[in-house]
Design a binder for this molecule. Sequence first.
Ligand code: ATP
Ligand code: MG
Length: 472
Amino acid sequence: MPGQHDLKKILSLEIIKNIFDTLDEGILIVDRECRIMFYNRTLSHFEGLDADMVLGRTIFEVFPSITTEESTLYQVVKNGKPIKGRFQQYFNYKGKQIKTVNTTIPITDMGHIIGALEVSRDISVILDLSEKVVDLQQGFGRKSARTRNVGLKYNFDNIIGKSEGIQDIIGILKKASQTTSSILLYGETGTGKELFAQSIHNASPRKNMPFIAQNCATLPESILEGILFGTTRGSFTGAVDKPGLFEQADGGTILLDEINNMGPALQTKLLRVLQEGVIRRLGDVTDIPVDVRIIATTNERPSELLESGRLKQDLFYRLSVIYVEIPPLRERREDIWDLTHYFIRKYNEKFNKNISGIHEDVVKIFQEYKWPGNVRELEHVIEALMNYVDEGQIKREHLRFLSFGAFKNYVEKETPDFTGVQFKKRTFDYEKNLIIEAIKSTRGNITKAAQKMGMKRQLLQYYMKKYGIRRL
Ligand SMILES: Nc1ncnc2c1ncn2[C@@H]1O[C@H](COP(=O)(O)OP(=O)(O)OP(=O)(O)O)[C@@H](O)[C@H]1O
Ligand SMILES: [Mg+2]
């Protein structure tokens, strides 16, 4: 096999290996039989394979799923024609997706093909970035930052809460739904701002027109501006003629969510829309009249936003023609009972369960708890509990299943029982858990776990035996 001999000679030069190993590109060299003769460090990194594992084996042994037609190396060795810029996408041995552009050239000696060399450039990062840019240009932002009428499910009838606070708000907003005045809703996270905004639209004469919600916190200001007001061709690289959300919502309602995160330049532009009822697309010179009802929300108190200058005063006055503060759940504890039962019904249906209710001890705990995440948190707590309880009532002991620590104290307070039996059982469980956790933390390394716990290895082994803990 003269070819292989020559290749071997070339590749035995230390300097060539060293050069290849410093490159950011992957380098693979095969002989005429497609046996791997060289495999540089970068490629080993892409593919998750060590050079020792592949050298001397054919590419078909190392990558069994590749056919001769698909293999650029095989084709080049066979035909002697280089293949340039071939895109390749695959999962490497470690399960990571790799996207490369490869160029494969024949290696010849005195006119004879003695092998082939493939150079691969990892373009995963570049591709991911360019996909994001295309996404932004086409879809203008992620779906999650925006909702349209589809899935608009709330109206005033399914807002739960008999408290005076909530009933007053429902009264005010029902009336306001019949007009076109701007509305500003302030409430901590999870108090139901989106729910109220949807209800207003659904109760209004605009209910069959679009409702578009846009979060003002998730996108950079320049992109948000294009989304809200639209763009014209040439207003920035790659821009197309595209109506903004204001035009799309014409005749309907726009919810500007988390307006407290809108930058000052955009606030000024929004003010103009409110004052004049017209918008101008980015890069355009003409005004387009729009008839849109604006509802804005903030989860920070407007007085603080005004004081710190984060919300322009003029804009605040224009937005808050109708201003409503939704009280946090801890200030309307009388709603907790109804909400709890409402969510139990909801998840009974969703999970096809038949939980009969909730023990009054738990309701009492709920009444004491602060609910920093408000109604959303209560809903999540009920949803989580209903994953663990199969029948009967939700009881105090079930609170121990909640992964978030908020209710731990309440569970430990349960049935204080200091009889000898209880004491022994509890200390037994406690000790056993400590040991399991320690061993887990060292991934099963007993010597290290013992060191961590400040005890001899033998003693730890004694405990493991005592508690029936096998190596984890
Ligand atoms: N009064 C209520 N009756 C029934 N469900 C409610 C009520 N208030 C809130 N919820 C529920 O709580 C969750 C949170 O509500 P929503 O998304 O409207 O909160 P938000 O005030 O917009 O919060 P954030 O500021 O975090 O966006 C929703 O799943 C909603 O269904
Ligand atoms: Mg919201």
